[in-house]
Design a binder for this molecule. Structure first.
Ligand SMILES: [Zn+2]
Length: 453
């Protein structure tokens, strides 16, 4: 019998036991000597001056480039005729061609520099359909874990030592289960995993009860799940019996609306980071609320004439991703600006999210997910969920779930907001539905772009 089958047929207490056993196995792989050494190293380099950080970045880049040219057939051929050892600064990286996900996928066996067996296997975030499987050195995965945990430590949270609640799209609740228990405990790292699939108006009170009992020190995972619970609490005037140190969203773009509602209900700051996917350097929010472009983890370049970025991550030795077109967009701060927190990296003004996270105006202009979500700012709390589906440049279907009435006045305000953002010739239809299901991944989609240009 497969693991999932045994799990599905076991009582809940045994499922918790299995989650913990599995947790210990993962813990051993993820948190080895490299992890702890790297935490100490991070403590040192976070005190560096900008100049020292830039030197470190250039040295790390050269190490990665040399190793890649030596061991990856794909890159060796791609870079033929370019003398990497003549590079003097990060800017010289521009002499190399960029790579796309399709190029890497089609040539994966020539790209990788390590044997697949024994590698730590991951997926890069996908902007379009299929995701890319990457093979990395276990020590690089440990470095990434350390960087992520170090970021959380800056906000007072110590991973594995303090309790956390994680919202994710993991199938932990067997389809036949009748009990209203939508979470499992992984004692190995003091983590309660909450299923994102079962968060409905009917089930939310059970989630709240469980969270109150757990009293997590931090909350992480899908912001859309946290938002659903937070919005329920605010609508029903419920207050949590605990206050987490911070909230660490992952995997989805954090909209302004998400941030405001989550912070209000949980009584803690949302601290965002970018780079959960394997292929990207880290950008993370410090205690001052600024986004740091962590140049010790890689290089992020803006593409000409757009905010789209190319990434080079220093933890991709196994499957080098160099000048990789990841599909995300970012706006950088003036490079001379320095944050008061003491980590002297450049700063990022905003992370615009993934390329699929936008809809079109009737003139074909791109309107980002964050921007779209602001449409609902002035709407009453009776709208509990919404989804905008654009099927042509001039037509949009808005699905909404309401708790109470959806009045003609609400409809008019929303239509005006949409026309204001997308153009007066946008035709808007509304459909009130019972629920808007999540994706297979457990993530929630506020916008669906079906326009073929
Ligand atoms: Zn800072």
């Amino acid at each position: 019998m497969k693991y999932q089958n045994i799990y599905d047929r076991s009582p809940i207490f045994f499922q918790n036991f299995m989650a913990t056993i599995y947790g210990y196995k993962v813990k051993r792989n993820r948190y080895g000597k490299t992890y702890y050494d790297y935490l100490k190293y991070l403590d040192k380099i976070h005190k560096y001056s900008r100049e020292e950080l830039e030197t470190l970045q250039f040295n790390e880049l050269m190490k990665l480039l040399n190793n890649t040219v030596e061991k990856s057939k794909f890159y060796r051929e791609l870079y033929e005729g370019i003398d990497i050892n003549s590079f003097k600064s990060i800017d010289d990286l521009k002499k190399l061609p960029m790579v796309t996900k399709e190029m890497i996928r089609q040539n994966i066996d020539d790209v990788i520099t390590i044997p697949k067996s024994g590698a730590s296997v991951g997926n890069t975030g996908g902007t379009t359909g299929k995701s890319l499987t990457v093979y990395n050195r276990p020590e690089d995965s440990q470095k990434r874990m350390a960087t992520l945990d170090y970021f959380k430590m800056k906000h007072g949270f110590r991973n594995m030592e303090m309790k956390k609640a994680t919202f994710m799209g993991k199938h932990i609740v067997p389809p036949t289960q009748k009990k209203k228990v939508f979470w499992r405990y992984n004692a190995a790292i003091k983590q309660m995993v909450y299923s994102s699939f079962h968060i409905t108006e009917e089930n939310i009170p059970y989630y709240i009860e469980s969270l109150n009992k757990l009293k997590p020190v931090a909350i992480d995972g899908f912001p859309s799940s946290m938002y659903d619970i937070a919005s329920y609490m605010i609508r029903n005037n419920i207050i949590f019996e605990f206050k987490p140190l911070a909230i660490f969203p992952t995997s989805e773009t954090v909209t302004t609306e998400y941030r405001e509602v989550i912070e209000k209900a949980f009584g803690a700051k949302v601290r965002d980071q970018y780079a959960s996917s394997e292929g990207a350097p880290f950008v993370w929010e410090c205690e001052c609320g600024n986004y740091h472009y962590d140049i010790t983890t890689g290089v992020i370049e803006s593409m000409d004439d757009s905010n789209e970025v190319l990434v080079t991550s220093f933890t991709t030795y196994g499957t080098p991703l160099i000048r990789y077109r990841i599909g995300d967009s970012m706006v950088f701060e003036d490079p001379s600006k320095v944050c008061g927190c003491g980590f002297n990296t450049p700063l990022v003004k905003s992370i615009e999210g993934r390329a699929i996270d936008f809809l079109y105006s009737t003139k074909g202009g791109k309107i980002s997910l964050v921007n779209v979500s602001n449409i609902f700012k002035y709407m009453p709390n009776t709208i509990t969920k919404a989804q905008l589906i654009q099927d042509s440049l001039t037509h949009m279907l808005v699905k909404i779930v309401v708790d109470g009435d959806f009045t003609n006045r609400d409809k008019k305000i929303l239509t005006d907001e949409i026309k204001h953002k997308f153009g007066n010739d946008m035709k808007v239809d509304f459909e009130v539905v019972d629920d808007i299901p999540r994706e297979m991944s457990g993530k929630y989609k506020l916008i669906v772009n079906k326009v073929k240009l």
